[in-house]
Write a protein that binds this ligand. Structure first.
Ligand code: ZN
Length: 298
């Protein structure tokens, strides 16, 4: 299979300029390395009717082109179940009956990292297991035998993060993101993952899981987010941040694209024109502050 990069939005609403900037970066990383570029809709959980069509339209409008059809996670349940079954057969999973509150209130081991699952259900005996099964549906957790794992990132270098007994399938039957993303990237031949750096902390979990499934770990590039004036991650409440909002304020798609390219130190115009000057090493490492005023003062 040829190598590929990807953009994988959740169809939970319209894309904002932060999402679009990440999409442009993922496209530039893939196209500048002669990779295919694939689009995957991550609709396991937070799909909103009509959102996908608007997202695809906005991506195309800004010049992000993709190869082949759009893959949707919602149709891939059997693939995820297969991967979980393989882990189960290898003795690498267990059932967990904890509520969120029970996990928060459980005493943590002395050196356990913040937020890690305390392992409450790791070694239930048969009687406990049978009783708990009668009270509540189980989530499936990974039986991890490491506490941390190191990944290499194009922008961040070596990054070591927590790997706990994370959830593979939630107790409502929905596949967990960490499992789905690993299975999907492998199935699609994706060997380059470019996404927002808010996902860097969960990347060691995904790379460790890939290693258990004998899946090659992709190249990672976690890019800085777009933030508002308070330094918080950009959101819809920050004013005109979608292509539709900006168009209504008199800012054309081309102007938005050029502003995003300028924020990356790249020349204005169609994305293809930025390919020659695109250099991952030269990318800004700091979050970019979006200002509505800047859009107005174009
Ligand atoms: Zn548990």
């Amino acid at each position: 299979m040829t190598s590929a990069g990807r953009f994988a939005p959740s169809p939970s609403g319209e894309l904002h300029v932060g999402n679009l900037r990440t999409a442009i970066l993922a496209w530039l990383f893939a196209r500048s390395t002669a990779r295919r570029f694939l689009l995957r809709v991550e609709d396991l959980d937070r799909a909103r009717a009509g959102a996908e069509a608007v997202q695809l339209r906005d991506l195309a409008a800004i010049g992000v082109t993709w190869d082949g059809g759009v893959v949707r996670q919602a149709g891939r349940g059997p693939l995820y179940a297969q991967a979980i079954a393989r882990l189960e057969e290898a003795g690498l999973t267990y059932e967990c009956f904890c509520t969120r509150r029970e996990i928060q209130e459980a005493p943590t081991a002395p050196h356990a990292p913040q937020g890690a699952y305390p392992g409450t259900c790791r070694s239930l005996d048969r009687a406990e297991l049978e009783y708990k099964r009668s009270t509540r549906p189980a989530a499936i957790r990974l039986r991890s035998d490491v506490a941390e794992y190191t990944v290499r990132d194009v922008l961040h270098g070596d990054f070591t993060g927590v790997v706990d007994d994370f959830v593979l399938r939630r107790n409502d039957g929905v596949t967990a993101y960490n499992l789905a993303v690993v299975v999907d990237d492998a199935a699609q031949g994706i060997d380059q993952v470019v996404r927002g750096d808010d996902l860097l902390p969960s990347t060691p979990r995904q790379a460790y899981l890939a290693s258990l499934l004998n899946i090659p770990v992709p190249e990672y590039a976690h890019v800085p987010l777009v933030v508002n004036h308070d330094g918080a991650r950009l959101a819809k409440r920050d004013g005109a941040v979608t292509l539709a909002d900006l168009a209504a304020a008199g800012v054309s798609v081309g102007e938005v694209r050029d502003r995003l390219l300028a924020s990356l130190g790249l020349p204005a115009g169609p994305l293809g024109r930025a390919l020659d000057s695109f250099d991952p090493v030269a990318l800004p490492r700091e979050p970019w502050v979006w200002s509505a005023g800047g859009a107005a003062a174009r």
